[in-house]
Design a binder for this molecule. Sequence first.
Ligand code: URA
Length: 432
Amino acid sequence: MRMIDIIEHKRDKGVLTKEEIDFFIKGYVNKEIPDYQVSSLLMAIYLNGFNIDETINLTFSMLNSGDVVDLKDVKGIKADKHSTGGVGDKTTLVLAPILAALNVKLAKMSGRGLGHTGGTLDKLESIPGFNIYLNSEEFIKQVNEINLAVVGQTSNLVPADKLLYALRDVTGTVSSIPLIASSIMSKKLASGADIICLDVKVGSGAFMKNIDDAKVLAKTMVKIGNMLGRKTIAVLTNMDEPLGLAVGNNLEVIEAINTLNGNGPKDLLDLCIEISSLILEQAQNINYDEAKAMVLEVIDNKKALNKLVDMVRYQGGDTSYILDTNKFDKAKHVISIKANKKGYISEITAIKIGVASMLVGAGRSKKEDSINPNVGIVLNKKVGDYVTNDEILAYLYTDELNDEALKMASEAFVIGDNKKESKLILDVIKGE
Ligand code: URA
């Protein structure tokens, strides 16, 4: 078999066989096929698509390119959730303790932030002492004892995705439904959970700009998960604005703690309740309303908050910060961003808020960059709010004055004459 024939096959709109897909994934991971040929094939896939069988075959080839996490020693039902990439998305920090308090296990591998999106690991590391590097015995033991652990991905989990994603990033081939579906599902399947909930973001700040594409992506991923015997569900959620109010590492941890204390922003709380209830419904074979009542109860009686405290203690973090969020360090300056006209906010362009926050040091533009845990943006208004001229829209938390970040954050707010109703949860896709 030759790579050039596979490229030409897809260029001419053919359907790739399982053998052809295996050949290119193995060859690329083993460094036998060069970047330029894989780039060319990726563009052919981007333009001519993959049918569901090709997408499933690609997912399995990628899954088999490295280690698969074995969670057989974790007793009970294991769940995982994944977001296709949001700004201000701290749902893991809220829903993982909720589910752990309800006896669903979360042996979760998370990532770091890159570009305008944040990463759960960076957020957790803003808690002094928190250790994301557990070996597999410590990881399994902790999940068996407290139902919950969040760690970094092992370096050999789906190596094919690491290589392909880096190449897609620089060849204009990221936003392809089959490539996104196989990238996400290979990692989720390799992480070993029984129940997978996918949060597919829709809107200007997301890979999927419209609901129709998002549905195709969600259905593809649900089908792949179900085929491998995992209960897989997807929620389609609006990304016309960041989730919650806080964007930036310790700012988001504080917001997650407030949410577990019953004082979080409504959109964040609603999404965490929805995803937790859907997962619990699957985990315990109960109906959605029963599941939701149980979720609300563990928020109300602080059992969920106590699970977060347990996890921080087990992973070496200072739990006093969870109990008193005033202890977190603060940025040197808090600068108000004000409206330059009156009207209703119709969009808060998430990508601009994410980039502005990155520019003041909350995120990385390159993998090697270090981050500042104390900086970022806290919104003071959300989509649908009315503002008068000069009213405060958001606060920029920064250690150094940065005009570019300030300009970018203020341009994120789109103000118009009409009130826009913003719906957070657009659809839920369950397997047949
Ligand atoms: N997230 C992923 O993990 N992969 C993609 O391709 C897109 C979003």
